[in-house]
Design a protein around this ligand. Sequence first.
Ligand SMILES: Cc1cc2nc3c(=O)[nH]c(=O)nc-3n(C[C@H](O)[C@H](O)[C@H](O)COP(=O)(O)OP(=O)(O)OC[C@H]3O[C@@H](n4cnc5c(N)ncnc54)[C@H](O)[C@@H]3O)c2cc1C
Length: 420
Amino acid sequence: MKIAVVGGGAAGFFLSGRLKRLLPEARVVLIERSSRVLAKVKVSGGGRCNLTNSFAEVSDLCHVYPRGHKLMKRLLREFSHEDAYRWFEAHGVPLTTQDDECVFPQSQNSESVILCLRREAEAAGVEVRTGCPVIAVRRREGEGLLLVYDETGERNELFDRVAITTGGAPRGEGHNWLSALGHKIEKPCPSLYTFNINTRALTLLMGIVVENAMVGIAGTKYRAEGALLITHWGLSGPAVLRLSSYAARHMDENNYNVPLLVNWTGETNVEKVAEQLRVCLRDAQRRQMSNLHPFGLQNRLWLYLLERAGIASDKTCCELGSKGLNRLVHVLTSDSYEVAGKGAFREEFVTCGGVSLESVSMRTLESKVCPGLYFAGEVLDIDAVTGGFNFQAAWTTAYVAAGAIAASLRDREAGDETRR
Ligand SMILES: Cc1cc2nc3c(=O)[nH]c(=O)nc-3n(C[C@H](O)[C@H](O)[C@H](O)COP(=O)(O)OP(=O)(O)OC[C@H]3O[C@@H](n4cnc5c(N)ncnc54)[C@H](O)[C@@H]3O)c2cc1C
């Protein structure tokens, strides 16, 4: 029995290690195109690797997996975040759960996770090959699956089963050979990025964080809550990253130029915002508007918002009047900007889209069009918001695919035995 796992990232390592444990007699070859394995794990979570989440604040998986939540709901029953937590601790990586429910190694260093995955693959007896790009997979009826390593097709190798764990490809690179086999590919595009906004008065406020804000795309239902960070190129922070994930396709179709709404208060009920302001104004009648700072807004941001609402900062609170109040409430709850592109690649970045879940079995992650071929990790049309959910998808899908490959080979052996 010879099995290839194509792609030496998180999913590839987890899958091959487990597979080799399940089928010690099989040859499991992990094939990586570059010279370095687990490169994304290394840079993940700012070098600390946010490898899962406690899920304590997740009321519905669709809030964290904009693509693939139904499949994840099913597969997490087989390998959950708790299983992942236990697995890493049992394999020598003590973990810690932060207040925001993100799980990191106690070492605060992604190197611990890399070492663990490499050690496990080695201990299990997985053969790791680097510098070996796979350029195609072909079916050989009755024989297995042929991996092709060069354009001429002369360098190739036959396997009984193949798992594809080649990761995300935001520009669709590397998907041609999978679509050539008949898989449906959901159009890939980037997810989890920051927004460029060319409003100089805003970007001059760089460094300011608003803990509870809400951002949305005008004319759509896309909304996201959380902390908002003003940067020297626009807006960032968890709320923006979440919105970029929810609206990934919409943003891509609109060339990253969309009207953005910012609610600086985080309160969606406009009447409540107005009422809170009225109370503040009443309590501070003789003070200047500049001294108000409602909703915990920092001074520089408050002055900027007053200016946007056309309110002189030296006006006293009792002078504001209802028109001024309405303008202020509008700016606080529906401040509008134009997104002028997405931030550069330096932040966390995953792919929305990939191999369509319609093309794979929900139970085994085996291809429906190419028996013997399995998928795990970000190559599938599953992606999540930040918080460790993307790695959890890698561990879960890898675990399930490994189990399914092992079961299918055992069934084959049992069939052979019976025939004999
Ligand atoms: C900067 C950054 C930070 C991140 N931080 C976090 C985080 O803290 N928490 C979190 O949950 N997620 C994080 N993510 C997302 C997470 O890294 C990915 O979701 C995860 O790595 C996906 O794992 P994978 O194994 O499917 O793919 P990958 O890790 O991308 O691995 C795929 C591998 O396949 C190889 N490959 C591709 N094509 C071929 C081929 N044809 N032949 C052979 N090999 C091939 C690639 O070289 C690569 O090594 C981050 C992503 C980035 C970019």
